[in-house]
Design a binder for this molecule. Structure first.
Ligand SMILES: C[S@@+](CC[C@H](N)C(=O)[O-])C[C@H]1O[C@@H](n2cnc3c(N)ncnc32)[C@H](O)[C@@H]1O
Length: 233
């Protein structure tokens, strides 16, 4: 990869412990777009969201694990007043999404980072700064011994709640029923959150939702996704 050592040090992380792929092939064109846009909309390790000068009075909505950016582009299209913060550890996904957001002229309304969600929430986002969070099809880690790698854990749920404004939302989707249940059980018992569908409940799929790569992959394999919607009390 041709990204300079200085650029990599600021915008790309290898040292933080995460599970799942981080590296992969990035084309020369994608690399040029990363080099152009991350200094403008990126969140390097030592910069907070507030320091990135998000517009005042614009709802701030975070997407964790945006993959190739399907949903981020859809959100930008449908919510022109929102500032979107996209977090994705897989660099080729970041590169693809940056290209798509630039092509659609949405990029300047976003903040994009390849740092892990845990770091971003803990160190770069303030308490009660977010209006909403989307987590679509997080990695299922199906083996029981890998369940501790799932992103939704008790302490992560508490961290999410602390970063949400009162009335803010968390919306999640999964095509893996065991993982949907795992997330529901943890979030239903997290203080300060109300499940909009009632305890133990799932909401209907939002009619205007775009099909993400992993929802589509699930459908092709005969797995219908389940959807969760929580609001901070
Ligand atoms: C199964 S994919 C789903 C992608 C997309 N949301 C979709 O619905 O098609 C899960 C994504 O979460 C990302 N991811 C995993 N752990 C993460 C973390 N700690 N912080 C940010 N993203 C993470 C992975 O790199 C991967 O792209």
């Amino acid at each position: 990869m041709r990204l300079s050592a200085k650029f990599r040090e600021q915008y790309i992380q290898h040292e933080m412990r995460t599970h799942g792929r981080k590296n992969g092939f990035v084309t020369t064109g994608q690399e040029a777009r990363l080099l152009k846009w991350l200094p403008i909309v990126g969140l390097p390790k030592d910069k907070t969201l507030t320091m990135s000068k998000v517009p005042k009075n614009s709802p701030i909505v975070l997407e964790i694990g945006f993959g190739n950016g399907d949903f981020l582009v859809h959100l930008a299209e449908n919510h022109p007043d929102w500032t979107l913060v996209g977090v994705e550890i897989y660099l080729p996904g970041v590169a693809k999404a940056v290209g798509r957001l630039e092509d659609a002229s949405f990029i300047e309304r976003t903040r994009i980072t390849q740092l892990p969600a845990q770091y971003v929430l803990e160190h770069q986002i303030e308490a009660e700064q977010l209006d909403g969070v989307f987590i679509n099809h997080p990695d299922p880690w199906p083996k029981a011994r890998h369940h501790k790698r799932r992103i939704i854990q008790k302490d992560f749920a508490e961290l999410l709640v602390s970063r949400l404004k009162q009335g803010g939302f968390i919306k999640l989707a999964s095509d893996v029923s065991d993982l949907a249940e795992w997330m529901r059980v943890i979030l239903d018992s997290t203080k300060g959150l109300t499940n909009i569908a009632g305890q133990d409940g799932y909401i209907e799929r939002d009619a205007d939702r775009v099909l993400t790569k992993f929802e589509e992959r699930g459908l092709k394999a005969g797995r219908k996704s389940q959807f969760l919607h929580y609001v901070k009390d």
